[in-house]
Design a protein around this ligand. Structure first.
Ligand code: GDP
Length: 474
Protein backbone atom coordinates (compact mmCIF):
# COMPACT_ATOMS: atom_id res chain seq x y z
CA UNK A 1 0.00 0.00 0.00
CA UNK A 2 2.85 2.38 0.86
CA UNK A 3 4.37 1.74 -2.53
CA UNK A 4 1.16 2.50 -4.33
CA UNK A 5 0.65 5.66 -2.28
CA UNK A 6 4.31 6.59 -2.80
CA UNK A 7 4.94 7.06 0.91
CA UNK A 8 7.01 5.16 3.44
CA UNK A 9 5.50 2.23 5.35
CA UNK A 10 6.35 4.14 8.51
CA UNK A 11 3.87 6.83 7.51
CA UNK A 12 1.10 4.25 7.36
CA UNK A 13 2.14 2.72 10.66
CA UNK A 14 2.26 6.20 12.19
CA UNK A 15 -1.09 7.22 10.78
CA UNK A 16 -2.74 3.98 11.90
CA UNK A 17 -1.51 4.46 15.43
CA UNK A 18 -2.26 8.13 15.72
CA UNK A 19 -5.57 8.34 13.95
CA UNK A 20 -7.04 4.86 13.94
CA UNK A 21 -5.64 3.79 17.30
CA UNK A 22 -4.19 0.67 15.69
CA UNK A 23 -0.85 -0.79 16.64
CA UNK A 24 -0.01 -2.29 13.28
CA UNK A 25 3.23 -3.76 12.06
CA UNK A 26 4.51 -3.80 8.54
CA UNK A 27 3.35 -7.39 8.03
CA UNK A 28 -0.21 -6.85 9.11
CA UNK A 29 -3.20 -6.97 6.79
CA UNK A 30 -5.51 -3.98 6.67
CA UNK A 31 -9.19 -4.21 5.83
CA UNK A 32 -10.85 -2.11 3.16
CA UNK A 33 -12.20 0.52 5.54
CA UNK A 34 -8.77 1.09 7.01
CA UNK A 35 -7.19 1.24 3.57
CA UNK A 36 -9.82 3.72 2.45
CA UNK A 37 -9.05 6.01 5.38
CA UNK A 38 -5.32 5.77 4.89
CA UNK A 39 -5.58 6.34 1.14
CA UNK A 40 -7.76 9.41 1.56
CA UNK A 41 -5.35 10.77 4.12
CA UNK A 42 -2.56 10.66 1.58
CA UNK A 43 -4.58 12.13 -1.24
CA UNK A 44 -5.85 8.97 -2.91
CA UNK A 45 -9.23 7.40 -3.21
CA UNK A 46 -9.58 3.70 -2.62
CA UNK A 47 -12.30 2.06 -4.68
CA UNK A 48 -13.43 -1.55 -4.42
CA UNK A 49 -12.46 -3.55 -7.45
CA UNK A 50 -16.09 -4.51 -8.17
CA UNK A 51 -17.11 -0.89 -8.10
CA UNK A 52 -14.19 0.16 -10.26
CA UNK A 53 -14.98 -2.47 -12.86
CA UNK A 54 -18.64 -1.54 -12.80
CA UNK A 55 -17.69 2.07 -13.45
CA UNK A 56 -14.98 1.73 -15.99
CA UNK A 57 -15.14 -1.78 -17.36
CA UNK A 58 -12.36 -4.24 -17.86
CA UNK A 59 -10.61 -2.35 -20.59
CA UNK A 60 -9.25 0.36 -18.31
CA UNK A 61 -7.41 -2.15 -16.16
CA UNK A 62 -4.52 -4.20 -17.46
CA UNK A 63 -3.45 -4.23 -21.09
CA UNK A 64 -2.34 -7.35 -22.90
CA UNK A 65 1.24 -7.14 -24.15
CA UNK A 66 0.17 -7.36 -27.80
CA UNK A 67 -2.06 -4.28 -27.41
CA UNK A 68 0.81 -2.08 -26.36
CA UNK A 69 2.57 0.17 -28.83
CA UNK A 70 5.52 2.51 -28.30
CA UNK A 71 4.51 5.96 -27.17
CA UNK A 72 6.36 9.29 -27.11
CA UNK A 73 8.26 10.30 -23.97
CA UNK A 74 6.94 13.14 -21.83
CA UNK A 75 9.73 15.50 -20.90
CA UNK A 76 10.02 18.23 -18.25
CA UNK A 77 12.80 20.80 -18.36
CA UNK A 78 14.36 21.75 -15.03
CA UNK A 79 17.35 23.74 -13.85
CA UNK A 80 18.46 26.89 -12.11
CA UNK A 81 16.88 30.24 -12.95
CA UNK A 82 18.44 31.92 -16.00
CA UNK A 83 20.23 28.78 -17.10
CA UNK A 84 18.15 28.69 -20.27
CA UNK A 85 15.08 26.51 -19.69
CA UNK A 86 12.66 28.89 -21.38
CA UNK A 87 15.09 29.53 -24.24
CA UNK A 88 15.41 25.81 -24.84
CA UNK A 89 11.63 25.25 -24.79
CA UNK A 90 11.21 28.21 -27.14
CA UNK A 91 13.89 27.03 -29.52
CA UNK A 92 12.45 23.54 -29.75
CA UNK A 93 8.95 24.91 -30.15
CA UNK A 94 9.97 27.18 -33.02
CA UNK A 95 12.64 25.19 -34.76
CA UNK A 96 11.14 21.78 -34.83
CA UNK A 97 8.32 22.20 -37.21
CA UNK A 98 8.56 19.27 -39.50
CA UNK A 99 8.45 20.06 -43.20
CA UNK A 100 4.90 20.40 -44.40
CA UNK A 101 3.52 21.32 -41.02
CA UNK A 102 2.72 24.96 -41.51
CA UNK A 103 2.95 27.45 -38.68
CA UNK A 104 4.88 27.18 -35.44
CA UNK A 105 3.43 26.47 -32.05
CA UNK A 106 1.67 29.62 -31.08
CA UNK A 107 -0.51 28.66 -28.15
CA UNK A 108 0.65 28.06 -24.62
CA UNK A 109 -1.57 25.25 -23.49
CA UNK A 110 0.83 23.83 -20.88
CA UNK A 111 2.41 21.16 -23.08
CA UNK A 112 3.37 20.67 -26.70
CA UNK A 113 4.66 17.87 -28.86
CA UNK A 114 7.15 18.04 -31.66
CA UNK A 115 7.66 15.61 -34.47
CA UNK A 116 11.11 14.46 -35.42
CA UNK A 117 12.17 12.80 -38.65
CA UNK A 118 11.11 9.13 -38.95
CA UNK A 119 7.74 9.82 -37.35
CA UNK A 120 8.86 10.10 -33.79
CA UNK A 121 7.36 12.50 -31.29
CA UNK A 122 8.51 14.06 -28.06
CA UNK A 123 6.11 15.78 -25.72
CA UNK A 124 7.33 18.66 -23.57
CA UNK A 125 5.61 20.05 -20.53
CA UNK A 126 5.70 23.72 -21.31
CA UNK A 127 6.17 24.98 -17.76
CA UNK A 128 9.87 25.12 -17.00
CA UNK A 129 11.03 24.45 -13.48
CA UNK A 130 10.19 21.97 -10.83
CA UNK A 131 7.11 23.66 -9.40
CA UNK A 132 4.68 22.08 -11.83
CA UNK A 133 6.48 18.76 -11.58
CA UNK A 134 6.26 18.55 -7.80
CA UNK A 135 2.78 20.05 -7.64
CA UNK A 136 1.56 17.18 -9.82
CA UNK A 137 3.52 14.57 -7.92
CA UNK A 138 2.18 15.85 -4.62
CA UNK A 139 -1.26 15.08 -6.05
CA UNK A 140 -0.23 11.59 -6.98
CA UNK A 141 0.13 12.19 -10.72
CA UNK A 142 3.33 11.22 -12.39
CA UNK A 143 3.38 12.20 -16.03
CA UNK A 144 7.06 12.97 -16.66
CA UNK A 145 9.18 10.19 -18.15
CA UNK A 146 12.43 12.14 -18.53
CA UNK A 147 13.81 15.30 -16.92
CA UNK A 148 16.11 17.49 -18.99
CA UNK A 149 18.47 19.16 -16.55
CA UNK A 150 19.69 22.46 -17.99
CA UNK A 151 22.98 23.71 -16.54
CA UNK A 152 24.60 26.91 -17.80
CA UNK A 153 28.23 26.17 -18.62
CA UNK A 154 29.32 29.62 -17.44
CA UNK A 155 27.67 29.23 -14.06
CA UNK A 156 27.81 25.58 -13.06
CA UNK A 157 25.61 23.77 -10.55
CA UNK A 158 23.46 26.15 -8.52
CA UNK A 159 20.91 25.56 -5.71
CA UNK A 160 17.96 24.95 -8.04
CA UNK A 161 20.06 22.60 -10.18
CA UNK A 162 20.72 20.52 -7.10
CA UNK A 163 17.06 20.74 -6.15
CA UNK A 164 16.07 19.51 -9.59
CA UNK A 165 18.43 16.55 -9.23
CA UNK A 166 16.72 15.67 -5.92
CA UNK A 167 13.29 15.99 -7.49
CA UNK A 168 14.12 13.68 -10.36
CA UNK A 169 15.89 11.20 -8.14
CA UNK A 170 12.99 11.14 -5.71
CA UNK A 171 10.50 10.52 -8.46
CA UNK A 172 12.70 7.85 -10.01
CA UNK A 173 12.76 9.76 -13.31
CA UNK A 174 15.97 9.61 -15.39
CA UNK A 175 17.89 12.78 -16.17
CA UNK A 176 19.31 13.86 -19.50
CA UNK A 177 21.77 16.72 -18.99
CA UNK A 178 21.89 19.73 -21.31
CA UNK A 179 25.00 21.78 -20.67
CA UNK A 180 23.87 25.12 -22.05
CA UNK A 181 25.42 28.41 -23.21
CA UNK A 182 28.49 26.77 -24.71
CA UNK A 183 28.62 29.69 -27.15
CA UNK A 184 29.90 31.90 -24.34
CA UNK A 185 33.70 32.33 -24.16
CA UNK A 186 33.68 31.71 -20.41
CA UNK A 187 31.75 28.42 -20.80
CA UNK A 188 33.36 25.58 -18.88
CA UNK A 189 31.51 22.31 -19.55
CA UNK A 190 34.28 20.29 -17.87
CA UNK A 191 33.62 22.00 -14.57
CA UNK A 192 29.89 21.29 -14.86
CA UNK A 193 30.59 17.60 -15.43
CA UNK A 194 32.84 17.43 -12.37
CA UNK A 195 30.23 19.14 -10.24
CA UNK A 196 27.56 16.75 -11.48
CA UNK A 197 29.78 13.88 -10.47
CA UNK A 198 29.96 15.30 -6.97
CA UNK A 199 26.18 15.10 -6.86
CA UNK A 200 26.12 11.51 -8.03
CA UNK A 201 25.04 12.35 -11.54
CA UNK A 202 27.50 10.19 -13.44
CA UNK A 203 27.62 10.97 -17.15
CA UNK A 204 28.24 8.26 -19.74
CA UNK A 205 31.78 9.47 -20.40
CA UNK A 206 32.59 8.73 -16.76
CA UNK A 207 31.13 5.26 -16.97
CA UNK A 208 27.68 6.19 -15.74
CA UNK A 209 24.35 5.99 -17.54
CA UNK A 210 23.36 9.65 -17.71
CA UNK A 211 23.25 11.07 -21.24
CA UNK A 212 24.42 14.63 -21.82
CA UNK A 213 24.88 17.15 -24.63
CA UNK A 214 26.62 20.51 -24.82
CA UNK A 215 24.19 22.95 -26.38
CA UNK A 216 23.42 26.56 -27.03
CA UNK A 217 19.71 27.12 -26.59
CA UNK A 218 20.14 30.62 -27.97
CA UNK A 219 21.83 29.60 -31.22
CA UNK A 220 20.31 26.17 -31.46
CA UNK A 221 23.68 24.41 -31.47
CA UNK A 222 23.34 20.66 -30.86
CA UNK A 223 19.69 20.90 -29.82
CA UNK A 224 18.88 18.21 -32.37
CA UNK A 225 21.47 15.98 -30.65
CA UNK A 226 19.67 16.57 -27.38
CA UNK A 227 16.39 15.52 -29.01
CA UNK A 228 18.10 12.38 -30.34
CA UNK A 229 19.23 11.58 -26.83
CA UNK A 230 15.70 11.98 -25.55
CA UNK A 231 14.54 9.49 -28.15
CA UNK A 232 17.34 7.16 -27.10
CA UNK A 233 16.47 7.51 -23.43
CA UNK A 234 12.83 6.83 -24.30
CA UNK A 235 13.87 3.64 -26.08
CA UNK A 236 15.80 2.54 -23.01
CA UNK A 237 12.70 3.16 -20.92
CA UNK A 238 10.62 1.15 -23.41
CA UNK A 239 7.59 3.40 -23.06
CA UNK A 240 4.40 1.79 -24.24
CA UNK A 241 0.67 2.36 -24.12
CA UNK A 242 -2.52 0.95 -25.54
CA UNK A 243 -4.01 3.51 -27.92
CA UNK A 244 -6.99 1.37 -28.75
CA UNK A 245 -9.39 1.92 -25.87
CA UNK A 246 -11.26 4.62 -23.99
CA UNK A 247 -8.87 7.32 -22.90
CA UNK A 248 -7.46 8.19 -19.53
CA UNK A 249 -5.26 11.22 -19.00
CA UNK A 250 -3.95 13.80 -16.59
CA UNK A 251 -4.75 17.50 -16.44
CA UNK A 252 -1.61 19.59 -16.84
CA UNK A 253 -3.28 22.98 -16.87
CA UNK A 254 -6.83 24.29 -16.58
CA UNK A 255 -8.55 27.62 -16.44
CA UNK A 256 -11.74 29.52 -17.10
CA UNK A 257 -11.41 31.07 -20.52
CA UNK A 258 -13.58 34.16 -21.01
CA UNK A 259 -14.58 33.01 -24.47
CA UNK A 260 -14.46 29.23 -24.33
CA UNK A 261 -15.57 28.58 -20.73
CA UNK A 262 -13.69 25.99 -18.65
CA UNK A 263 -10.76 24.58 -20.62
CA UNK A 264 -8.17 22.02 -19.59
CA UNK A 265 -5.05 20.69 -21.21
CA UNK A 266 -4.93 16.96 -20.78
CA UNK A 267 -2.04 14.70 -21.48
CA UNK A 268 -3.57 11.46 -22.69
CA UNK A 269 -1.95 8.54 -20.90
CA UNK A 270 -3.65 5.61 -22.48
CA UNK A 271 -6.31 5.08 -25.07
CA UNK A 272 -7.47 7.69 -27.54
CA UNK A 273 -9.51 10.73 -26.62
CA UNK A 274 -12.11 11.74 -29.21
CA UNK A 275 -14.57 14.51 -29.82
CA UNK A 276 -17.92 13.41 -28.40
CA UNK A 277 -16.44 11.26 -25.61
CA UNK A 278 -18.16 11.45 -22.23
CA UNK A 279 -15.72 11.78 -19.39
CA UNK A 280 -15.16 12.59 -15.77
CA UNK A 281 -12.27 14.70 -14.57
CA UNK A 282 -11.78 15.30 -10.86
CA UNK A 283 -15.32 15.95 -9.68
CA UNK A 284 -16.67 17.19 -12.98
CA UNK A 285 -18.35 15.37 -15.79
CA UNK A 286 -18.41 16.52 -19.37
CA UNK A 287 -18.49 15.68 -23.05
CA UNK A 288 -15.63 16.61 -25.37
CA UNK A 289 -17.03 19.42 -27.49
CA UNK A 290 -13.75 20.16 -29.25
CA UNK A 291 -10.09 19.23 -29.01
CA UNK A 292 -7.44 21.83 -29.80
CA UNK A 293 -3.76 21.19 -30.27
CA UNK A 294 -0.89 23.53 -29.36
CA UNK A 295 -1.25 25.24 -32.71
CA UNK A 296 -4.82 26.21 -31.89
CA UNK A 297 -6.00 23.75 -34.54
CA UNK A 298 -9.02 21.52 -34.00
CA UNK A 299 -8.19 17.84 -33.94
CA UNK A 300 -10.54 14.88 -33.87
CA UNK A 301 -8.54 12.62 -31.58
CA UNK A 302 -5.43 12.45 -29.38
CA UNK A 303 -3.52 9.30 -28.48
CA UNK A 304 -1.07 8.39 -25.69
CA UNK A 305 1.38 11.10 -24.54
CA UNK A 306 -0.25 13.70 -26.77
CA UNK A 307 -1.45 16.91 -25.09
CA UNK A 308 -4.75 18.47 -26.11
CA UNK A 309 -6.92 21.25 -24.86
CA UNK A 310 -10.44 20.09 -24.11
CA UNK A 311 -13.62 22.11 -24.42
CA UNK A 312 -16.84 20.85 -22.91
CA UNK A 313 -16.07 20.73 -19.20
CA UNK A 314 -18.66 21.58 -16.56
CA UNK A 315 -16.07 23.10 -14.21
CA UNK A 316 -12.38 23.87 -13.90
CA UNK A 317 -10.39 20.84 -12.71
CA UNK A 318 -6.97 21.02 -11.04
CA UNK A 319 -3.60 20.19 -12.49
CA UNK A 320 -2.91 16.57 -11.62
CA UNK A 321 -6.59 15.48 -11.82
CA UNK A 322 -7.27 12.29 -13.75
CA UNK A 323 -9.54 12.36 -16.77
CA UNK A 324 -11.35 9.14 -17.53
CA UNK A 325 -13.59 8.53 -20.50
CA UNK A 326 -16.71 6.59 -19.58
CA UNK A 327 -19.56 4.80 -21.30
CA UNK A 328 -22.06 7.63 -21.46
CA UNK A 329 -23.20 10.90 -19.92
CA UNK A 330 -25.39 9.26 -17.27
CA UNK A 331 -22.48 7.21 -16.00
CA UNK A 332 -20.23 10.27 -16.03
CA UNK A 333 -22.71 12.21 -13.92
CA UNK A 334 -23.18 9.34 -11.47
CA UNK A 335 -19.47 8.92 -10.96
CA UNK A 336 -18.95 12.65 -10.60
CA UNK A 337 -21.67 12.79 -7.95
CA UNK A 338 -20.21 9.84 -6.08
CA UNK A 339 -16.76 11.37 -6.18
CA UNK A 340 -18.09 14.59 -4.78
CA UNK A 341 -19.78 12.73 -1.95
CA UNK A 342 -16.71 10.63 -1.19
CA UNK A 343 -14.58 13.73 -1.21
CA UNK A 344 -16.94 15.50 1.20
CA UNK A 345 -16.92 12.49 3.49
CA UNK A 346 -13.16 12.17 3.37
CA UNK A 347 -12.80 15.84 4.23
CA UNK A 348 -15.11 15.67 7.20
CA UNK A 349 -13.39 12.51 8.41
CA UNK A 350 -9.95 13.90 8.08
CA UNK A 351 -8.46 14.09 11.51
CA UNK A 352 -4.91 15.07 10.82
CA UNK A 353 -3.16 16.39 7.78
CA UNK A 354 -1.38 13.25 6.73
CA UNK A 355 2.29 13.59 6.11
CA UNK A 356 4.96 12.49 8.57
CA UNK A 357 5.75 14.46 11.67
CA UNK A 358 8.79 14.12 13.83
CA UNK A 359 6.47 13.22 16.71
CA UNK A 360 5.04 10.34 14.69
CA UNK A 361 8.41 8.81 14.66
CA UNK A 362 8.71 9.25 18.38
CA UNK A 363 5.31 7.73 19.06
CA UNK A 364 5.32 4.83 16.74
CA UNK A 365 6.56 1.49 17.92
CA UNK A 366 8.86 -0.34 15.61
CA UNK A 367 7.62 -2.39 12.71
CA UNK A 368 10.71 -4.54 12.77
CA UNK A 369 12.11 -3.38 9.44
CA UNK A 370 14.82 -0.96 8.61
CA UNK A 371 13.17 2.43 8.52
CA UNK A 372 14.06 5.68 6.88
CA UNK A 373 13.59 9.13 8.32
CA UNK A 374 13.73 11.55 5.41
CA UNK A 375 14.84 15.09 6.11
CA UNK A 376 15.04 18.20 3.97
CA UNK A 377 17.43 20.76 5.42
CA UNK A 378 17.32 24.48 4.77
CA UNK A 379 19.79 26.88 6.43
CA UNK A 380 20.79 30.51 6.12
CA UNK A 381 24.26 29.57 4.92
CA UNK A 382 25.98 26.69 3.19
CA UNK A 383 28.31 25.90 6.09
CA UNK A 384 25.63 25.27 8.71
CA UNK A 385 23.52 23.35 6.16
CA UNK A 386 26.40 20.96 5.58
CA UNK A 387 27.25 20.74 9.28
CA UNK A 388 23.65 19.94 10.16
CA UNK A 389 23.31 17.43 7.35
CA UNK A 390 26.48 15.69 8.53
CA UNK A 391 25.46 15.67 12.17
CA UNK A 392 21.96 14.34 11.39
CA UNK A 393 23.22 11.86 8.82
CA UNK A 394 25.50 10.39 11.42
CA UNK A 395 22.53 9.52 13.59
CA UNK A 396 21.75 6.60 11.26
CA UNK A 397 22.22 3.25 12.94
CA UNK A 398 21.54 -0.38 12.27
CA UNK A 399 17.82 -0.03 12.40
CA UNK A 400 17.09 3.48 11.26
CA UNK A 401 18.47 5.40 8.31
CA UNK A 402 18.48 9.18 8.27
CA UNK A 403 18.20 10.18 4.64
CA UNK A 404 18.96 13.82 3.86
CA UNK A 405 16.97 14.13 0.66
CA UNK A 406 18.12 17.69 0.13
CA UNK A 407 20.12 20.44 1.78
CA UNK A 408 19.82 24.03 0.64
CA UNK A 409 20.36 27.65 1.49
CA UNK A 410 17.63 30.25 1.90
CA UNK A 411 14.07 30.53 3.15
CA UNK A 412 11.83 27.48 3.11
CA UNK A 413 9.82 27.72 -0.10
CA UNK A 414 6.66 26.21 -1.49
CA UNK A 415 8.87 24.02 -3.65
CA UNK A 416 10.50 22.60 -0.53
CA UNK A 417 7.08 21.79 0.93
CA UNK A 418 5.94 20.01 -2.21
CA UNK A 419 9.15 18.01 -2.41
CA UNK A 420 8.88 17.08 1.27
CA UNK A 421 5.25 16.07 0.79
CA UNK A 422 6.05 13.97 -2.27
CA UNK A 423 8.98 12.29 -0.55
CA UNK A 424 7.38 11.92 2.88
CA UNK A 425 10.07 14.08 4.45
CA UNK A 426 10.25 16.44 7.39
CA UNK A 427 11.72 19.90 6.91
CA UNK A 428 14.45 21.10 9.24
CA UNK A 429 15.05 24.86 9.07
CA UNK A 430 18.13 26.41 10.60
CA UNK A 431 18.04 30.19 11.08
CA UNK A 432 15.46 30.35 8.30
CA UNK A 433 11.67 30.44 8.19
CA UNK A 434 9.07 29.46 5.64
CA UNK A 435 7.84 32.30 3.43
CA UNK A 436 4.10 33.02 3.30
CA UNK A 437 3.37 30.72 0.35
CA UNK A 438 5.37 27.95 1.97
CA UNK A 439 3.47 28.32 5.24
CA UNK A 440 0.14 28.00 3.45
CA UNK A 441 1.40 25.04 1.45
CA UNK A 442 2.74 23.33 4.58
CA UNK A 443 -0.61 23.74 6.25
CA UNK A 444 -2.49 22.45 3.23
CA UNK A 445 -0.19 19.50 2.64
CA UNK A 446 0.39 18.75 6.32
CA UNK A 447 4.15 18.90 6.01
CA UNK A 448 6.00 19.10 9.30
CA UNK A 449 8.50 21.97 9.61
CA UNK A 450 10.89 22.17 12.54
CA UNK A 451 12.83 25.38 13.08
CA UNK A 452 16.05 25.59 15.03
CA UNK A 453 18.65 28.16 15.95
CA UNK A 454 21.09 25.75 17.59
CA UNK A 455 22.44 22.68 15.79
CA UNK A 456 22.64 20.75 19.03
CA UNK A 457 18.89 21.10 19.58
CA UNK A 458 18.06 19.84 16.12
CA UNK A 459 20.31 16.85 16.63
CA UNK A 460 18.73 16.11 20.00
CA UNK A 461 15.19 16.20 18.62
CA UNK A 462 15.99 13.92 15.73
CA UNK A 463 17.85 11.59 18.04
CA UNK A 464 14.81 11.39 20.29
CA UNK A 465 12.63 10.68 17.28
CA UNK A 466 14.90 7.88 16.20
CA UNK A 467 14.90 6.38 19.64
CA UNK A 468 11.13 6.35 19.51
CA UNK A 469 11.47 4.32 16.34
CA UNK A 470 13.89 1.79 17.70
CA UNK A 471 12.78 -1.74 18.36
CA UNK A 472 12.22 -2.46 22.03
CA UNK A 473 15.09 -4.43 23.54
CA UNK A 474 14.40 -8.15 23.38
P1 GDP B 1 15.39 30.22 -17.50
O1 GDP B 1 15.24 31.15 -16.33
O2 GDP B 1 16.14 28.98 -17.13
O3 GDP B 1 14.13 29.92 -18.23
O4 GDP B 1 16.40 30.96 -18.52
P2 GDP B 1 16.08 31.79 -19.87
O5 GDP B 1 15.78 30.86 -20.97
O6 GDP B 1 15.09 32.85 -19.56
O7 GDP B 1 17.51 32.40 -20.16
C1 GDP B 1 18.12 33.32 -19.30
C2 GDP B 1 19.07 34.19 -20.09
O8 GDP B 1 20.12 33.41 -20.64
C3 GDP B 1 18.39 34.91 -21.25
O9 GDP B 1 18.91 36.21 -21.32
C4 GDP B 1 18.79 34.09 -22.45
O10 GDP B 1 18.87 34.87 -23.62
C5 GDP B 1 20.18 33.61 -22.05
N1 GDP B 1 20.52 32.32 -22.69
C6 GDP B 1 19.79 31.18 -22.70
N2 GDP B 1 20.42 30.22 -23.40
C7 GDP B 1 21.58 30.76 -23.83
C8 GDP B 1 22.69 30.27 -24.62
O11 GDP B 1 22.72 29.12 -25.05
N3 GDP B 1 23.71 31.13 -24.83
C9 GDP B 1 23.71 32.41 -24.37
N4 GDP B 1 24.75 33.16 -24.64
N5 GDP B 1 22.71 32.89 -23.64
C10 GDP B 1 21.66 32.10 -23.37
Amino acid sequence: LAQILKISPTQIVGFALKNLGLMVTINQRLDFDQIELIASEFGFQAVREEEYLADFGEETTVDAEEDLQPRPPVVTIMGHVDHGKTSLLDYIRKANVVAGEAGGITQHIGAYHVSLPDKRFITFLDTPGHQAFTAMRARGAQVTDIVVLVVAADDGLMPQTIEAISHAKNAGVPLVVAINKIDLPQANPGKVKQELLQHNVVLEEFGGNVLSTEISAKKGTNVSDLLDQLVLQAEILDLKANADKRATGTVVEAQLDPGKGPVATVLVQSGTLRVGDDFIVGQFSGRVRALLDERGKQVKAAGPAIPVQILGLTGVPMAGDQLIVVEDATQAREIAQRRERLDREAKSRRTSKGAVTLEDFMNVASAGEKRTLKLLIKADQGGPAEALADALGQLSNEEVVVDIIQRGVGAITEGDILLAKAAGAIIIGFHVRPDTKARTAAEREGVDIKLYRIIYEAVNDVKAALEGMLKPEQ
